[in-house]
Design a protein around this ligand. Sequence first.
Ligand code: ASP
Length: 454
Amino acid sequence: MKVVKFGGSSLSSGEQLKKVYQIVTSDPERKIVVVSAPGKRSPEDTKVTDLLIQCGDSYLKNGHCGDEAEVLIERYASIARDLELPQHVMEEIRSNIKEVLESDRTDAEKYMDTVKASGEDNHAKLIAAYFNKMGSKATYVNPQDAGLYVSDEPGNAQVLPTSYESLLKLRDYEGIVIFPGFFGYTKEGKIATFSRSGSDITGSILANGTKAKVYENFTDVDAVYSVNPTIVNQPKEIKELTYREMRELSYAGFSVFHDEALIPAFRAGIPVNVKNTNNPSAPGTLIVNERENTNGPVIGIASDKGFCSIYISKYLMNRELGFGRKLLQILEEHGISYEHVPSGIDDITVIIRESQMNSKDEALIVERIYDELHADNVKVERNLAMLMIVGEGMRQNIGTTARASKALANAGVNIEMINQGSSEVSMMFGVKGSNEHKAVEALYNEFFVPVAAL
Ligand code: ASP
């Protein structure tokens, strides 16, 4: 039995839904189908989830929302028209959207989660109606009825481990199960969503709970690429990669698959197959526990902007017990989590996401580091990009760092910092944000393009 998830762009129009129907019904093992809300039909389009957020915000501020609600309803209505669905389907969706927008707003965060979740919830009902109309028995299943319970963290919920046992019962449904992604219920019976793009997480949880053979994640690209295709033209596709490699890549900017979505599938040893709704016969990318290393040291290169470094130096830092802890505690007290901490004998750098520290916090933090830790020098640098080269093969290959730093030097990119991940499957380079693209291209040419082709 397979769990299949379709992303928003795969479900954005009637035409896309017809492809989805073909894909699901062409393989009897595709039994549990997790769906997103309708996504973009073109690059300029707006996702239903974003329309819902705009409407919810207006309701919170003004007690009503303008045209956005109609635009939103029309997204479903146009799909229902294309698929010639019975009228009651759209009537129910229309009244549900109105009801949700007008629901209790005393707790703004919980209200917003309920509004956001309605995007997938209504779409799952519509899709189930379509499958039934086409003659395939399909049942919409609500996450609460299935026992998908999550922590009470609005917009960032985590699955509660007890859910897994209940989810096994999804196997008992006759026909196909259509399950809305992106949210679960708290123990108090309130809706809580995962972080954005969280339908991937739902699919992975369901694959684990139902002990699926494979988790197929359908999106709009043929495969996971070895580098961001908006930076390098037609990069190499990755056929197979390990959970660890995928996790490292998606953390640093690979947006094909949510970085939290791997864990449930990984724990149950279920392979994840990323595939294309618009080209379903392409094999896609398979994410597995172990793979053969036939590709050289590096499988992928990821990069992301928006980082900031806090550099601290103090003579004899290495002899001081608890320096790192006290430093991180200061950051913790300001609600900041760190990404990397490369260190030397007398210095340490903490890398954080820039968005976590405004200039007021920055001044306070720097002052506390001088006062409480008696640092000699503290320097904050903003607008950094982090590049990650990732590959299980790096453990066996000597000289990967040398090759990478030489490629960056030849491209005229100064390396602000280097950090090798403890797992030895990733290496991080910090560069100025303005050098990001140049640096990625240089690394791609070094590790993926045969010398003769350059
Ligand atoms: N619709 C939600 C979002 O846009 C969740 C998802 O698509 O996975 O974030």
